[in-house]
Design a protein around this ligand. Structure first.
Ligand SMILES: [Zn+2]
Length: 313
């Protein structure tokens, strides 16, 4: 994929295994001219998934997938991507329905999903899990990377929740659900548009034919991610449209395959660790053949490291 080719050289250049969703704009500090030029090329495409719900997708996929509910009650947006993209997001949504965006829900704190909050907070009521607000207040962007300046007040969620909340909006129930376990981060939230039968997973599911990122700096946990994906699978059916944090629109079958890849790899790493192998030995031996082509996102060695460390928690 285009995105993969753009991501990996940058990550190698800054010596980072992965930060955020592993995006090209991540540097060890300072500006990145190439990344800014890349962002200038980003356009948003809206795909209608039900009477009211749309996938709003950045192309190329340098930021997260958005979901928006548009109807008689108004507009609800899931995630905000990054500040340089705010005007393009607003223009895309205005093309669906003019007017203010009433509500926003953040799926997690990473800069490529909540980094645009400040551009919406004066007009929109931002709602999020308590730890998302806490991480934003820390100025944390992803992993151990922080903003240079304090997070503006208008970027902070105004309504916070612990387990979840429900909106009755545009003719259906919309549930923001904090999945049970630490996972991609410590506050991952999915948004389920019940009647539309659309689930936005946040970055717990990245549909790029590869392993996910685990933000260990905030207590993210590989086994928790596996179990949270199982929770999502129990919520949905074969007709559900699944919006991943990044990558193309998916189905329950796609999410099931991802779950199985995650679960089988964890079982393999756990078995090797319990047999006394060190992290480096497991990385050197590599994962079984079924993972040979599962290389579209996190490097295999990084995933083994996340799992190995999670098994010690
Ligand atoms: Zn993320």
């Amino acid at each position: 994929m285009i995105r993969q080719q753009q991501v990996h050289p940058v990550l190698l250049a800054v010596g980072a295994v992965a930060v955020g969703a592993g995006l090209a704009v991540v540097t060890a500090g300072g500006s990145n001219t190439t990344a800014i030029q890349d962002l200038a090329e980003v356009e948003y495409a809206a795909t209608q998934l039900s009477d009211t719900v749309y996938l709003v997708e950045p192309r190329p996929g340098l930021a997260g997938n958005l979901a928006v509910s548009v109807g008689d009650d108004g507009i609800l947006l899931v995630d905000s991507d990054m500040m340089p993209l705010t005007d393009r997001i607003k223009a895309t949504i205005a093309g669906l329905k003019p007017g203010a965006i009433d509500f926003m829900v953040n799926t997690h704190y990473h800069y490529d999903h909540a980094g645009g909050n400040a551009g919406f907070g004066s007009d929109s009521l931002i709602m999020a899990h308590e730890s998302i607000r806490r991480r934003l207040m820390e100025g944390r962007e992803a992993g151990n990377r922080f903003r240079d300046t304090p997070t503006p007040a208008e970027a902070l969620p105004v309504v916070t929740f612990e387990d979840g909340l429900s909106l009755h909006w545009n003719g259906e129930r919309v549930d923001a659900i904090r999945t049970s376990n630490p996972s991609h981060t410590d506050g991952d939230t999915v948004v389920f548009f019940r009647d539309s039968n659309v689930l936005h997973t946040g970055d717990q599911y990245v549909n790029l034919n590869g392993f996910p990122y685990i933000d260990r700096d905030v207590g993210g946990h590989a086994l928790g991610l596996r179990d949270n994906i199982a929770e999502m699978l129990a919520m949905i059916d074969d007709e559900t449209r699944v919006i991943p944090g990044h990558g193309p629109l998916a189905s329950k079958a796609d999410l099931q395959h991802y779950h199985d890849q995650v679960a089988v790899s964890i079982a393999h790493i756990q078995e090797a660790k319990e047999a006394g192998q060190a992290l480096e030995q497991i990385q050197e031996a590599g994962l079984p053949e079924r993972f040979t082509d599962f290389t579209g996102f996190q490097p295999e060695g990084a995933w083994i490291q996340y799992v190995f460390a999670s098994l010690d928690d």
